[in-house]
Design a protein around this ligand. Structure first.
Ligand code: GCU
Length: 611
């Protein structure tokens, strides 16, 4: 039965891929970066997109001069033009616009970007794709005046084929990015993070042969440590009945498989003496895919992940997740994080704290984080931005949430570090919300039956029992790990309340505390009752850790949060000034006293549970 279900899972993943715009393993493909300075135009009224009758100009047969995506210049001194990219300012891509132009610090709306470039294909028959690591939130893309398409969602990759539009000289890409928050979007209107807008991740041109390896999965079969299974998916006219070779030299694997009529082939290969990936041994194997003289290299770790009773098992060994929550933000620059150096900063701090786990909140982070976590042996919780009051009764919103979930699962399916897919964060309970989350979880399991499913739920008081907390969220029946946020000592009483709390969780699943914490302005000192002092936060951590120890199924935590982060909700002058102060590290990179409380606890957990 297992074999059939995993084959179904693999087939579904393939079907999802053809319906999705996600390129596998861009870092190891032949790419030309379009990163760098792009001209930009702030278009508050979107007059470059809508005409005065509010009709989209890109749906008119003859768009007039004001259509910014045409990148027009006056031909004649009498011509009427009301924009000009060449005389407009520039900003860096990747990068949010808020931190690059102080006039855009709070801006929520449309910005147009333009990049010009020449391009010479290595071979006439080759194909070229334009790929975006992400752009927040709605992105409409045009090349040489033609609309390529659009993408909705601020944290997942997308691409367009541009083979037939590309010229040798003077190509121009025009991108409309609109970061306005919307009720029916994912996330919805209200969040507790900065709504950074713009082309926030890498932009690349990818050149491929006419038929090429578009996607693949190479992982251990669920709960079978000796079987490597997966699929390879070709794209192109001659994709049918093609031979593709998968080689993993260190495992003496060199298997040639043949694609079906759709250019797809699944495989399972017995493997002996695998050196398994784990936090103490983040072993990555060189994996090479070869097709028609094309090779695609990747580095992939192999490990099993499962739950048994209240234990979380990596390679059949019970682990304790010594985690921390992280937003995708470089606090030193107060901007969206996007590059390998940002990933090294954030994961370096986590490692210094003694973490073997990070919760990448509340949305998919850039791929540099996942590939570095693979190398550093840090396990990862990835999260879909189904956050707070999503309109759970809106089917289009569901489809959007499902699409973003699929996009990150396709991108990161070969990353050993990813062990948990989180469906949501702190969503208010209702029948429609349960249905929404159940369906998301079912889709996730269909696509990937190997990783664990969870969501950051909310604790509740146990009826009729003084100071007794528990969790009775019906979604618990659909997750592998019971995760919830608790703020005893911050939103719920003072830290001393921790001593009076009794936890009642009668569920034989692992329990993971996805958030606890409290704010402190780094450098503000007082005693443990002075809210916002480092001493208050330190005392809160000491008392929460003591309180949480009493939960017998406790198998990890990711306290909120590694560093202070920007949030428009946090407005108190002198103390917050637009920053959420629950970080254990300040926006200047200075560790607060509570950092060392958690570091000490993780030392103890490492001695007790192993690395
Ligand atoms: C919530 C939420 C976070 C938020 C935090 C806070 O639990 O999940 O996104 O930042 O609490 O209030 O600081």
């Amino acid at each position: 039965m297992k074999k059939i279900s995993s084959l179904i899972g693999v087939i579904l993943l393939c079907s999802v891929i053809t319906a999705q715009n996600v390129f596998q393993n861009i870092p190891n493909r032949k790419t030309t970066t379009l990163n760098g300075k792009w001209h930009y135009i702030v278009d508050v009224y979107e007059s470059g997109y809508y005409n005065y009758r509010y009709e989209p100009r890109d749906q008119k047969e003859h768009p007039t001069n004001e259509a910014i995506f045409l990148n027009l210049k006056p031909n004649d001194r009498s011509d009427l033009h009301e924009y000009d990219f060449d005389y407009s300012p520039t900003m860096y891509v990747p990068g949010d616009w808020n931190s690059q132009d102080e006039k855009l610090f709070y801006y929520e709306g449309t910005v147009w970007y333009r990049k010009t470039f020449d391009y010479h294909k290595n071979k006439e028959t080759n194909r070229v794709f334009l790929n975006f690591g992400a752009a927040n939130y709605r992105t409409d893309v045009y090349m040489n005046g033609k609309k390529l398409g659009f993408h909705e969602g601020g944290f997942t990759p997308f691409y367009f084929e541009v083979t037939n539009l590309l010229k040798e000289k003077d190509n121009y890409v025009v991108v409309k990015v609109d970061n306005k928050r919307k009720k029916e979007a994912v996330p919805t209107l209200n969040t507790d993070w900065w709504n950074y807008g713009g082309i926030t991740r890498d932009v690349d041109l990818i050149e491929t042969e006419s038929t090429f390896i578009a996607d693949y999965s190479v992982q251990l079969q669920k709960s079978n440590a000796n079987l490597i299974e997966g699929f390879i998916n070709l794209d192109g006219e001659s994709k049918a009945n093609q031979q593709v070779t998968l080689s993993i030299p260190e495992l003496k694997i060199n298997q040639t498989v043949t694609t079906d009529d759709n250019g797809w082939v699944s495989f399972n290969i017995k493997a002996k003496k695998i050196n398994y990936w784990s936090p103490e041994n983040p072993k990555l194997y060189a994996v090479k895919l070869t097709y028609n003289n094309q090779t695609l290299d990747d580095k992939i770790g192999f490990r099993t992940i499962e739950v048994k009773g209240s234990d979380i098992l990596i390679n059949n060994k019970s682990v304790f997740l010594r985690g921390i929550s992280i937003h995708e933000e470089n606090p030193l620059d107060g901007r969206r994080a996007y590059c390998k150096e940002d990933a090294e900063l954030l994961l370096g701090w986590a490692k210094e704290m003694g973490c073997n786990f990070v919760r990448l909140a509340h949305y998919p982070h850039n791929e540099h984080m996942l590939r570095l976590a693979d190398e550093m042996g840090i396990m990862v919780w990835e999260e879909n931005p189904v956050y707070w009051t999503i309109p759970f009764d809106n089917h289009d919103t569901y489809l959007l949430a499902e699409k973003q979930l699929k996009e990150v699962m396709i991108r990161d399916k070969n990353r050993a570090s990813v062990i948990i897919w989180s469906m949501a964060n702190e969503t208010p309970r209702s029948d429609v919300r349960l249905e929404f989350l159940k369906n998301l979880a079912a889709t996730a399991r269909e696509i990937d039956n190997t990783r664990l499913i969870s969501a950051a739920l909310e604790k509740n008081r146990v009826k009729g029992k003084e100071n007794t907390l528990g969790i009775d969220d019906p979604f618990m029946d659909y997750v592998d790990i019971i995760s919830f946020n608790e703020y005893v000592g911050w939103y719920d009483g003072l830290p001393d309340k921790c001593k009076r709390v009794h936890w009642e969780i009668d569920y034989s699943k692992p329990v993971f505390i996805s958030e606890f914490g409290g704010g402190a302005l780094q450098g503000l000192h007082g005693d443990r009752l002075d809210r916002w002092s480092e001493e208050y936060q330190e005392d809160l951590y000491i008392k929460n850790i003591e309180m949480l120890r009493q939960i017998p199924q406790l198998r990890g935590m990711s306290p909120w949060i590694l560093t202070d982060f920007r949030s428009p909700r946090r407005m108190r002058p002198v103390i917050q000034d637009g920053w959420n102060r629950k970080g254990l590290i300040s926006e200047k990179g200075t560790k607060k006293k509570a950092f060392f409380v958690l570091q000490e606890y993780y030392k103890e957990m490492m001695e007790k549970w192993g690395k």
